[in-house]
Design a protein around this ligand. Structure first.
Ligand SMILES: Nc1ncnc2c1ncn2[C@@H]1O[C@H](COP(=O)(O)OP(=O)(O)OP(=O)(O)O)[C@@H](O)[C@H]1O
Ligand SMILES: [Mg+2]
Length: 182
């Protein structure tokens, strides 16, 4: 995987498959420390301790169509390959939080990639689910919460093209501000 935003897409698919109705994607960057953290939290079915332990093993998966699950191992490698860390906290019936941290100036650091595209595809394919997208770079941050949008939109689905375009522009503008580009 060339971009971390694609790993995120993959990890969020796990949350969706776990029956989550709310998924929070949070990115925190501390530039002076060459630090980045990506965390994905869901309120899905969760996992037992044994399941969490075995999920770290690429030969474990509850899928029946395929024997090897690669989403978690690839995300883990992307982080640990930079000297960062990886963890999964989960509770049956409550949900799961998957967290990866990165040493961003390491040679094997992958680009974050297009998180905007990741969010737009998640929302357009799953307009019935709620997403919180939080991105912080040093002392600047912004957050998108589809629950707030939904309240304003009333009966208009989040997957409506105009709404998606609005969200896309909002993420683009705010992301540019995070990096001091406007
Ligand atoms: N957020 C989650 N909630 C509940 N179970 C999860 C979650 N994330 C992962 N799992 C469990 O861990 C297993 C392994 O996940 P992983 O993403 O590595 O592989 P996969 O989803 O089975 O296959 P792939 O990602 O390659 O399509 C999943 O099959 C699922 O049982
Ligand atoms: Mg997966």
């Amino acid at each position: 995987m060339q971009e971390l935003s694609l790993n995120v897409l993959d990890i969020v698919q796990n949350s969706i498959r776990a029956g989550a109705s709310l998924i929070t994607i949070s990115i925190q960057e501390r530039t002076a420390d060459h630090f980045m953290e990506i965390s994905i939290s869901d309120n899905g079915c969760g996992m037992s301790e044994e399941q969490v332990a075995s999920v770290m093993d690429p030969f474990f998966t509850t899928r029946t169509t395929r024997k090897v699950g690669l989403g978690v191992p690839l995300f883990r490698m992307s982080a640990e390959g930079t000297g960062g860390t990886f963890s999964i906290r989960s509770k049956l019936g409550e949900g799961t939080t998957t967290t990866a941290t990165y040493v961003t100036n390491h040679l094997d650091m992958l680009p974050l990639g297009d998180m905007n595209a990741t969010m737009i595809s998640l929302i357009s394919v799953n307009p019935q689910l709620d997403f919180v997208y939080h991105h912080q770079v040093d002392d600047r941050e912004f957050q998108l919460d589809t629950r707030e949008l939904r309240a304003v939109l009333e009966d208009v689905p989040l997957s409506t093209p105009d709404v998606l375009l609005f969200i896309k522009e909002m993420i683009a503008e705010n992301t540019a501000q995070l990096y001091g580009k406007s």
